[in-house]
Design a protein around this ligand. Structure first.
Ligand SMILES: Cc1cc2nc3c(=O)[nH]c(=O)nc-3n(C[C@H](O)[C@H](O)[C@H](O)COP(=O)(O)OP(=O)(O)OC[C@H]3O[C@@H](n4cnc5c(N)ncnc54)[C@H](O)[C@@H]3O)c2cc1C
Length: 384
């Protein structure tokens, strides 16, 4: 766009969108900024939804972000349903057309569902979390499908409320996300709390009728039943409103090295897919990624090719079973974990993962270590 005075429209209402509005001002954009969010709430953060909000240990109000700057217009209940990129107009559900000079795509992702019944519970937005919290208060048992970090966080929260919990996954729980050793530490903590971890290599079929999901049947025919069935099986990018523009595929919105889709349109966060390996597209639906991409994309919208390029610095955290875990870098298949300090089994630990002898990730379990140090341990600077 290379202008500091045109109108910028940001579509989305969460961390990528709010970071974008701040970053655009920091980049010297003086023109109008409008944030179009389909939510009925002001912007809030999602990570506590599966943790403190579900457990009821933090007031719900704590999830709301600080207000946007007074010179940024936030429109809630404004759902984008289409885009006319040639005429530079965002189309809203009520038929209104919102013109822009520069457009910021930040519509994130939604929970991937296994079926279409409202009885299949998910945790993606605030209403999901509040509804599940109310259901957990009176449920005796919960079945969680998906043993990744989100499913295990929900399991941990549900168990802390006294609910009997079973978590079913196709693969060994948490191994893909954390590698064998740390996954073993976490799953041992889960089973010590009385949680049942079950495998269903062939996936599951939801059981029940109408508005109810009463259980699942695994590929081998085993039936699991529970008061609540919650799925945590990944997320899908919110790109349907971009249909027909050629700017998105079911994998997400593909961006260049500065998070640009085209010179007047940028994108950041959970809806962005980046090239990964030959011909592959991959999204990184983590908080830190949304934040970092939003800053780069905002700079690119204002400064074009003079903006810095995006250099991924993977980082994420999780809290479950009383363990607070932070990880910088990427744990890939075949990585080996070494404990640099402390112990994985008691107290806390600083750990590093290597692949073919080369560090690729570093993390902490119940330890406070500056994130910058973790990034250095994950990817040490080459020797001079
Ligand atoms: C329960 C939960 C726990 C998590 N915990 C962690 C964690 O511990 N650590 C971590 O690193 N990450 C965590 N994440 C992931 C992290 O929250 C996301 O990566 C982050 O929220 C992505 O931000 P975003 O702005 O790109 O997208 P989103 O947060 O998905 O926000 C997109 C926004 O756009 C709005 N929108 C969508 N479509 C439209 C439309 N057509 N028109 C207008 N508005 C629209 C949506 O309503 C939403 O407000 C968690 C996610 C969830 C759901």
């Amino acid at each position: 766009m290379r202008s500091t005075t045109g109108t910028i429209v940001i579509v989305g209402g969460s961390v990528a969108a709010t970071t974008a509005s701040d970053a655009l001002r920091q980049q010297g954009h003086d023109g109008p900024i409008t944030v179009l969010s389909q939510e009925s709430y002001a912007p809030y953060v999602r990570p506590p939804l599966s943790k403190a909000v579900l457990k009821g240990t933090e007031p719900v109000e704590s999830v709301f972000m600080t207000a946007l700057p007074s010179d940024v217009t936030l429109r809630t209940g404004a759902r984008a349903t289409g885009l006319d990129a040639d005429r530079r107009r965002v189309l809203l559900a009520d038929g209104e057309e919102v013109p822009y000079d520069g457009l910021f795509l930040a519509t994130g992702a939604r929970a991937r569902r296994l079926g279409s019944s409202p009885g299949e519970l998910v945790v993606r937005d605030l209403d999901d979390a509040l509804a599940l919290r109310d259901r957990l208060a009176i449920a005796r048992s919960a079945l969680i499908i998906g043993g990744g970090f989100l499913g295990m966080e929900i399991a941990s929260s549900a168990r802390s409320l006294g609910v009997e919990v079973t978590v079913i996954d196709r693969d060994p729980h948490l191994v893909r996300q954390f590698g064998r050793r740390l996954a073993a530490r976490l799953t041992a903590a889960a089973t010590a709390e009385g949680v049942v971890l079950a495998r269903a290599a062939g996936g599951v079929e939801l059981l029940g009728g109408g508005e109810e999901v009463t259980g699942v049947r695994t590929g081998s025919g085993t039936v699991h039943e529970a008061d609540l069935v919650i799925t945590a099986v990944g997320c899908r990018p919110n790109v349907e409103w971009l249909a027909g523009t050629g700017l998105a595929s079911p994998a997400g919105v593909c961006v260049d090295s500065r998070c640009r889709v085209r010179p007047d349109i940028v994108a950041a966060g959970d809806l962005v897919a980046r090239l990964h390996g030959p011909g592959g597209l991959r999204r990184t639906p983590h908080w830190a990624n949304a934040l970092d991409q939003a800053r780069v994309a905002a700079a690119a919208l204002v400064r074009g090719g003079e903006a810095p390029i995006y250099r991924p610095r993977p980082f994420f955290w999780t809290e479950q079973w009383g363990l607070d875990i932070k990880i910088a870098g990427e744990i890939r298949p075949g990585t080996e974990l070494s404990v640099l300090d402390g112990s994985l089994d008691e107290g806390g630990a600083l750990v590093q993962w290597t692949l073919d002898g080369r560090p690729v990730a570093a993390g902490t379990v119940n330890r406070r270590v500056p994130i910058g140090r973790l990034h250095k341990l994950a990817a040490p600077a080459p020797a001079a």
